[in-house]
Design a protein around this ligand. Structure first.
Ligand SMILES: [Zn+2]
Length: 477
């Protein structure tokens, strides 16, 4: 249980009354400055002698951010008064709002009633009447019921007057409510972290250069129907999808069947594919990434819900989510009309290569064994880290897109020789290595070869690496 009232300065009645005078002074000053506007005074109803500390203040600030979003959604034009009160008697903030008092009171009351913990908020709505004196508007004047007691549901006034509940009982209820809100705020921050790093990863991938058989800012010969701008459009179209995957992971409960989470995000994925095709005018830029990145964002969400970033937990979650994927997806293939099959499915039937689905179902071994450790330990620019990781991933992947374009599985051996030469010559750090990579890119373009499957693995790897680093640095970007 949250210890909400363990720190802070004890307040007595004179201190609270003195603070009320200050509040009235600020409100009157604002209304004389902006006589035709509405003033909202925001504060908390906190039982007992402790009215402010860092947890209380965080709760106040976080919830006011939500309140500001709601005002924007309601079309209320506002600005925050800069001199807000932050005394030991409790945090307080003032807004000057354009509009009509009844509408503003409706918005503030709906906010106060929208979540159990927002009932701790007390948002006063004040304006100057025709006689130019300060007037407030009450809930009942706009047809809302009176404020209810947090504990028993009688009117708050009734319980307050009769002191029906002890301070301890009230404090314990308030602690419980604030704790609920903190859990949600924490989850929202994690969703933001996951979506931001997923978008970083997917846009970093296309930006890295030079990439044989892939679209980069300089060359896209192997993909004449695409360019980097299309990839950026496609990446940004996936924001909503990634957010949903993050929530699916963070909402994981210990008794949830992982395959149910996968079924859930697969439905999100179908919509994401439509959004992607709409953004690219029908070109398949990120279909593989929709699958792999969605799965990985969800798995990291499951992991960081209650514990620290841990590769083993993430990989385990992926495996559990995709358990049976190969069997169910491929078992029904025999007898399916050939033209209806995807490249991966055709290769499975022809060569027994399970491609990206096999990689996925076995928990992305190339990503966890090679990609991520290499991404994390490679020094130098982000471009260097990405290209080095990509070429290492390419060395350890049966890229089904490459096999499809080449029309033969023998292409894998040729690709591996090329990459080994690149690393033998010192990789991207040396002139020789860079020349080999440039030449390889030209050759891939000429032969119309693609490393599309490996690019998806780079996106997933970069997402894991960037997220791990962001968490270690304690920031949410
Ligand atoms: Zn009560």
């Amino acid at each position: 249980m949250l210890k909400l009232f363990d720190s802070g300065l004890t307040q007595d009645i004179p201190a609270v009354l003195e603070n009320r005078d200050k509040r009235v002074f600020v409100q009157n000053k604002l209304l004389s400055q902006y006589p035709s506007e509405i003033v909202i005074g925001a504060k908390l109803n906190t039982p007992g002698p402790i009215k402010n500390n860092s947890i209380i203040k965080n709760f106040f600030v976080n919830q006011l951010e939500v309140f500001e979003d709601i005002m924007l959604e309601e079309g209320l034009v506002f600005f925050k008064n800069t001199e807000w009160l932050d005394a030991a008697t409790g945090p307080e903030r003032f807004y000057v709002v354009e509009g009509n008092a009844e509408k503003v009171k409706q918005v503030t009351t709906d906010f106060e009633e929208s979540k159990s913990y927002r009932r701790l908020f007390d948002l006063d709505v004040l304006f100057l009447n025709d006689e130019e004196s300060v007037q407030s508007i009450s809930r009942t004047e706009i047809g809302y019921p009176q404020r209810k007691c947090l504990i028993c549901g009688r009117t708050a006034k009734e319980c307050g007057r009769s002191r029906r509940h002890s301070v301890e009982e009230l404090q314990s209820k308030v602690s419980e409510l604030v704790e609920d809100s903190m859990l949600l705020t924490d989850k929202k921050k994690k969703v933001h972290l996951l979506v931001t790093n997923a978008l970083r990863a997917i846009t970093y991938e296309v930006t890295a250069w030079p990439k044989p058989g892939l679209v980069d800012p300089v060359e896209w010969g192997a993909h004449s129907d695409m360019d980097i701008f299309m990839f950026l459009d496609s990446s940004l179209s996936l924001q909503n999808y990634l957010r949903k995957c993050a929530w699916a992971g963070l909402n994981y409960q210990t008794d949830t069947d992982y395959r149910d989470i996968f079924r859930e995000i697969r439905e999100f994925g179908k919509i994401a594919e439509k959004d992607m095709f709409a953004a690219t005018n029908g070109v398949n830029t990120h279909k593989g990434a929709v699958f792999s990145l969605g799965v990985m964002v969800t798995a990291v969400g499951v992991n960081i819900k209650d514990s620290n970033f841990n590769e083993n937990i993430i990989q385990d979650a992926v495996k559990k989510m995709l358990r049976g994927l190969i069997e169910t997806d491929y078992s029904q293939l025999n007898g399916t009309e050939n033209k209806k099959l995807t490249a991966g499915e055709k290769q499975y039937l022809k060569y027994g290569v399970t491609g990206i689905r096999g990689e996925a179902a076995s928990g992305y071994p190339a990503v966890f064994k090679y990609g991520l450790p290499i991404f994390l330990r490679t020094k130098g620019s982000m471009n260097q880290r990405l290209i080095t990781t990509l070429m290492n991933l390419a060395l350890h992947t049966e890229d089904s897109t490459l096999i499809k374009r080449a029309g033969t599985v023998d292409i894998i051996d040729w690709k591996n020789e090329q990459i080994k030469t690149f690393f033998d010559q010192g990789g991207l750090d040396t002139d020789n290595g860079r020349k080999i990579l440039n030449d390889l890119q030209s050759e891939f373009s000429k032969k119309h070869l693609s490393l599309g499957g490996t690019a998806d693995l780079l996106i997933v790897t970069a997402f894991l690496g960037l997220t791990k680093e962001a968490l270690a640095n304690g920031n949410n970007n």
